[in-house]
Design a protein around this ligand. Structure first.
Ligand code: CAA
Length: 447
């Protein structure tokens, strides 16, 4: 066990850590753990830990002790989910992703395979048809899937984080049994209807309204850029129930596709993620029972924000997938492409690009996994999700740009997926809150 002096030297005293929780033998501590590379006298051989370190600390909640493992390797279960996603991608995505993109076609067959593999409700409890895994496993899978197809990645991310998870957290038992089960099993698609033509970043300025008439609400409004909408049968719809209360007057409803008055409007022709579907959805006096409300009247804004706190982590994972696919392609190409009598990988300019890409991807992934882990232990993760999305999105854009540059003319042609990565990466800086909104969220937390 560590002495109090030693803990002080490590700079972790006063952070709520219990000395008895320092469970690692000193010989297994990494050099990097010692501030300024200070090495204790009794340490004769350099430590070679398999894992960085594992320390149990207090959560900070009074009297409650919970293990927060600071461990950078996935658990056996997380690794299994990741491997399953990778196998799915190799078999069902990589051979066809370019074709899906070029034909603007959603890959329904691949979705069915995804459902068969149990990957359409990864963090949803088994009781409701899901995989019963943690959020870290889920983001590992979203990254793998997005490496093959960012379009399929976002379809899964919106379906899971923006629809299934809010249903799990805010739904009553009846709503969960009725809506969540088919969603988690991938038999139905979910869609999140928040954005409007005049209300993008400024959610509270929405015009859609829901008026109580007896025991029903009448929903009227128009939602824009709604991912998955043409595929979905379950919509989470946000509408004003009391305009005088501003954002506190927004409520959330579960609306079914076949309710009279639900119409799919324009299907958008997008720059990237072309095989995912986004459309306008019109709610033309849609009559929904009062019990279709998710949570209570006026909870809508917070439900949307909490859903987005999770959604942003999944978009960060999607961005990591695009960035990793770009880096993999860049490494492979630069080792085989010969110019001036040697592989272009021998050029320092390229080596630096590859080193920078790899370093940024690693950092983006760590931020993403940290935000996912905080979600798993049930703590608020608004800032961490925003940081992960902000950093991972710019990493994806930059990695795709560098990888395309390394490929030169070949990268610009549609024969290779580089231009697809480049187009796909851009949206990660826009949807589920632009990078400017992420900076606002982060600074709101800090100031
Ligand atoms: N969790 C819980 N509560 C939250 C919260 C969060 N993350 N963020 C804010 N709140 C609460 C605040 O505490 C505050 O509570 P009170 O009413 O008790 O005071 C309330 O919500 C209002 O907060 P703000 O004053 O900060 O709200 P705001 O109107 O200034 O907006 C914003 C804040 C961060 C700009 C927010 O509007 C936002 O995130 N905008 C971006 C919207 C967005 O991401 N849209 C994406 C559309 S969906 C999409 O893209 C899906 C897709 O297709 C892939």
């Amino acid at each position: 066990m560590a002495s109090p002096e030693f803990v002080k030297k490590l700079g972790i005293s006063g952070c709520g850590a219990d000395l008895s929780c320092l469970v690692f033998p000193i010989s297994q501590m990494p050099l990097a753990f010692f501030p300024g590379h200070f090495i204790p006298k009794n340490l004769t051989t350099p430590p070679r830990p398999q894992r960085l370190y594992t320390a149990n600390v207090l959560t900070g909640r009074s009297g409650e002790r919970q293990a927060i493992t600071m461990d950078f390797s996935p658990s056996k279960n997380q690794e299994q989910v990741k491997r399953k996603a990778r196998r799915f991608v190799e078999e069902h995505v990589l051979p066809k992703a370019d074709k899906w993109d070029k034909t603007n076609k959603f890959p329904m067959d691949a979705w069915r395979e995804l459902a068969k593999a149990g990957l359409t409700g990864i963090p949803i409890p088994r009781k409701y048809g899901g995989g019963g895994h943690d959020v870290v496993s889920y983001v590992l899978a979203v990254e793998e899937i997005s490496k093959g197809s960012a379009a399929l990645g976002v379809t899964l991310a919106v379906h899971t984080s923006l629809v299934s998870q809010p249903l799990l957290w805010f739904g009553n038992e009846q709503q969960k049994m009725h809506y969540l089960r088919p969603l988690a099993q991938g038999r139905q698609f979910g869609s999140f209807c928040l954005t409007e033509p005049v209300a993008g970043s400024d959610v509270a300025s929405m015009e859609s309204k829901a008026t109580l008439k007896g025991d029903h609400y009448i929903i009227k409004g128009r939602k824009y850029f709604i991912m998955n909408a043409p595929l979905a049968s379950t919509y989470l719809v946000f509408a004003m129930t009391d305009r005088s209360m501003a954002h506190r007057g927004i409520s959330c409803f579960v609306v079914e596709r076949d309710m009279p008055g639900v119409k799919i409007g324009k299907i958008f022709d997008k720059m990237g993620i072309r095989s995912s579907l986004a459309s306008e959805v019109i709610f033309d006096d849609v009559r929904v029972p009062a019990e279709s409300m998710l949570g209570r009247a006026g909870d809508g804004f917070k439900i949307a924000m909490e859903a987005l706190d999770c959604g942003r982590i999944s978009i960060a994972a999607q961005a990591c997938g695009i960035a990793q696919a770009s880096l993999d392609a860049a490494i492979q190409y630069s080792k085989t492409r010969v110019q001036f009598g040697r592989p272009i990988a021998d050029q320092q300019a390229l080596r630096w690009m590859i080193a920078d890409m790899a370093t940024d991807i690693e950092a983006a992934r760590l931020l993403t996994h940290k935000a996912a882990r905080i979600t798993d232990i049930g703590k608020r993760h608004t800032k961490e999700a925003a940081m992960a999305k902000l950093f991972a999105a710019s990493t994806a854009v930059e990695a795709a740009r560098k990888a395309l540059q390394i490929h030169g003319g070949y990268g610009y042609m549609t024969d290779l997926p580089l231009e697809r990565y480049y187009r796909d990466a851009k949206i990660t800086e826009i949807y589920e809150g632009t990078s400017e909104i992420q900076r606002l969220v982060i600074s709101n937390d800090l100031l």
